[in-house]
Design a binder for this molecule. Structure first.
Ligand code: 5GP
Length: 345
């Protein structure tokens, strides 16, 4: 008989965070810089955990340069060539908060090793849409066996605790969580597969933390409040695509239309991306991404400062002095209505 899980499955928009008596008087007292220690990787990093998606539009060199200075992480998009990446890394001031990205094909393994062997970078994001494919765990294990504790590995995407643990057991320090919540994603429409993101984050974070692993919540954040909810659900890192894709540092020219400025944003498995980056769309697959024009937002620093302001303010509302304290301090209300949008349009 078909099983139905009828426990409540929540998105960010289904909850709000309860304010509490607090010991913080000002948002200046909230420390959003966290020191991360990992299960396998032998170095620590300091970051706010805000992570730029490795989409072709957002995971650019320009983005990496700026976001590093703002203590955020960048996962570079995987279509840069070996030469382009090495050239960038050689000339960039600090590569500590940058990941290269890879799929799981043999030639991608070779390219990844060739880049890691330069010693210019030691962080890899192994990213496939369906993290349940056995070859993902195998790929992670192969990398971990070769480079031991000298590299940081993020792998995904999954939405359940069992597979989170499987990837960690195979060598991932960090598991990327999210199937279908992305703003340029139509996986749920095309396949019927997915899980509301907050519930996925809560379960996967718990499973990961139980074995000294961590998670990166990937997709579905539409505003700074969603990012806070993600941290409150236990995310260690929060990955953003759409929220940063309208910025100066994102790929593409500004498009002017009716006195407004836009940038083109597309899902990585949209026909547009497939044709642009692989030269063709394979017959056996359907597009699972969309192409949209989104409003141009100027330098990414503006958006990031707004996000940091939101996180700091939320921390003062719930008495969380450090980023790491947010889940301990947060209590969610399940709500039917989140925002008053009467003047939003
Ligand atoms: P956003 O922050 O825009 O809501 O979500 C970004 C995430 O959406 C990415 O990090 C990636 O996991 C996911 N994504 C990007 N492109 C596609 C796509 O074409 N299809 C699907 N299913 N997900 C995508």
């Amino acid at each position: 008989m078909t099983t139905i899980i009828d426990s409540i499955q929540l998105d960010y928009s289904d909850v709000l965070i309860q304010p509490k008596r607090t010991t913080l008087n000002s948002r200046k007292e909230a420390d959003i810089l966290r020191t991360y220690k990992f299960k396998y990787y032998n170095k620590q990093i300091q970051s706010t955990g805000i992570t730029v998606a490795n989409m072709a539009t957002t995971g650019t060199f320009n983005m990496a340069k700026t976001i590093s200075k703002l203590n955020g992480i960048t996962c570079l998009q995987k279509h840069y060539t070996y030469e382009e990446i090495v050239n960038f890394l050689k000339n960039n001031e600090n590569n500590d908060l940058i990941f290269i990205s890879t799929g799981i094909k043999e030639e991608e393994y070779e390219k990844t090793c060739k880049i890691l062997d330069t010693g210019l970078i030691d962080k890899v994001c192994v990213d496939i849409a369906n993290g349940y494919i056995p070859n993902l765990a195998k790929f992670v294990k192969k990398l971990r066996d070769k480079y031991k504790e000298n590299i940081l590995i993020m792998a995904g995407n999954v939405v359940t605790g069992d597979m989170t643990q499987e990837l960690i057991l195979n060598g991932a320090d960090l598991v990327k969580v999210g199937i279908g919540p992305g703003s340029a994603c139509i996986t749920r429409k095309i396949t019927g597969i997915g899980r509301p993101q907050l519930s996925a984050v809560i379960e996967c974070a718990d499973s990961a933390h139980g074995m000294n692993g961590m998670i990166c919540a990937d997709g579905g954040c539409t505003c700074p409040g969603d990012i806070v909810k993600s941290y409150a659900g236990g995310a260690d890192f929060v990955m953003l695509g759409g929220m940063l894709a309208g910025s100066l540092e994102a790929e593409g020219e500004v498009i002017k239309k009716d006195d407004k400025e836009y940038k083109l944003f597309y899902g990585m498995s949209s026909c547009y991306a497939q044709e642009k980056h692989w030269g063709k769309m394979n017959k056996y697959r359907a597009s699972e991404g969309r192409v949209v024009e989104i409003l141009y937002t100027g330098p990414v620093e503006n958006t990031i400062e707004e996000i940091y302001g939101g996180i700091r303010s939320a921390m003062t509302y719930i008495s969380a002095r450090r980023l790491k304290d947010i889940p301990k301090c947060a209590t969610f209300y399940k709500v039917n209505h989140q925002l008053n949008e009467i003047f939003a349009k």
